[in-house]
Design a protein around this ligand. Structure first.
Ligand code: FES
Length: 116
C-alpha cells in the first residue's frame, strides 16, 4: 500500500509484513509509517492518544484507515483546525492507499524556534 504525505508530496510504499514497528502510536499507523520513512510528524505524547500534535487531514482514502475509536474521537474534539477528515496520526492504522496532509498549524508548530 502507498501512503502520500502532503505538502511534502512524498509517497512511500509500505509492506505491512516487513515494516518494523517504531514503538510510536499504533503499529502501521500514519505516525508509525511516517517515522519509519523519516517524515517529520509531531507526536508530543509519544503516540499515546494524549495530545493532538499528530493531527493529519485525510485527503484521499478515508476508507483505507481503520475506523476511529472513541478515545481518538474524544481527543480530536479538542484539536485546533478540526475538519471532517481529521485523524490522529498515531491512532489511524493504514490498511490501503491513503493521502494525508500535515496541517500547516502543525508545521508552524514544528518549525517554531525559541526566540523567533
Ligand atoms: S502523538 Fe499524541 S495523540 Fe498522537
Amino acid at each position: 500500500m502507498k501512503v502520500t504525505f502532503l505538502p511534502q508530496n512524498v509517497t512511500v510504499e509500505v509492506d505491512a509484513a516487513t515494516l518494523p514497528y517504531g514503538e510510536h502510536g499504533k503499529r502501521l499507523s500514519v505516525l508509525d509509517i511516517a517515522l519509519n520513512f523519516g517524515i517529520h510528524l509531531e507526536h508530543a505524547c509519544g503516540g499515546n492518544c494524549a495530545c493532538t500534535t499528530c493531527h493529519v487531514v485525510v485527503k484521499q482514502g478515508d476508507a483505507n484507515l481503520a475506523e476511529m475509536e472513541d478515545d481518538e474521537a474524544d481527543k480530536l474534539d479538542s484539536a485546533p483546525g478540526l475538519t471532517l477528515h481529521s485523524r490522529l496520526g498515531c491512532q489511524s492504522v493504514v490498511t490501503g492507499d491513503v493521502v494525508v496532509e500535515i496541517p500547516d498549524w502543525n508545521r508552524n508548530y514544528v518549525s517554531e524556534k525559541p526566540g523567533q
